[in-house]
Ligand binder design. Structure first.
Ligand code: RTP
Ligand code: MG
Length: 139
């Protein structure tokens, strides 16, 4: 995957609260092109694998339970400087610290249930995109 791509999930809280359309609008208004998109749900095993890097953290069990409890939207996004610019658009992990105009400021409810995921490196964007999408689903 090209390095001008990132991977995102609209998390179960935001899907459940009816924010899919508004979050996708913020993403496209932010200059990102959607190159893959699906509504799906992580199994517990999927969530454990996706967040394996956090396995030793105290919030890991809660995170896995949260991320597997309902549908998510998975997407691959394209833009120059995609990973960094998307992290800026989503805002800080804790919505109390998220800047005005960010997705988490608008839709996150807590540090755990924070509406969206954004990859933290080009390498992880490629891994995470491939976790969810076959090559023929990436446009
Ligand atoms: P993400 O990976 O989902 O884009 O979030 P992030 O980089 O901003 O934050 P990260 O440190 O990677 O943490 C992953 C997710 O774990 C949950 N979390 N809960 N209760 C807590 O203290 C806590 N800290 C993190 C959040 O859902 C966070 O996005
Ligand atoms: Mg992260």
């Amino acid at each position: 995957m090209a390095t001008n791509r990132t991977f995102t999930m609209i998390k179960p809280d935001a899907v459940q609260n009816g924010h899919i359309g508004n979050i996708l609008a913020m993403i496209t208004n932010g200059g990102f092109k959607i190159v893959s998109l699906k509504l799906t749900q992580l199994t517990v095993a999927d969530a454990q694998a996706f967040y394996a890097v956090h396995a030793a953290r105290p919030f890991y069990g809660e995170l896995v339970e949260f991320m597997s409890r309902g549908p998510i939207v998975a997407a691959i996004l394209e833009k120059d400087n995609a990973v960094e610019d998307f992290r800026t658009l989503i805002g800080a992990t804790n919505p109390a610290e998220a800047a005005e105009g960010t997705i988490r400021k608008a839709y996150a409810t807590s540090i755990g249930e924070n509406a969206v995921h954004g990859s933290d490196s080009d390498e992880n964007a490629a891994i995470e995109g491939a976790f969810h999408f076959a090559g023929r689903e990436q446009f």
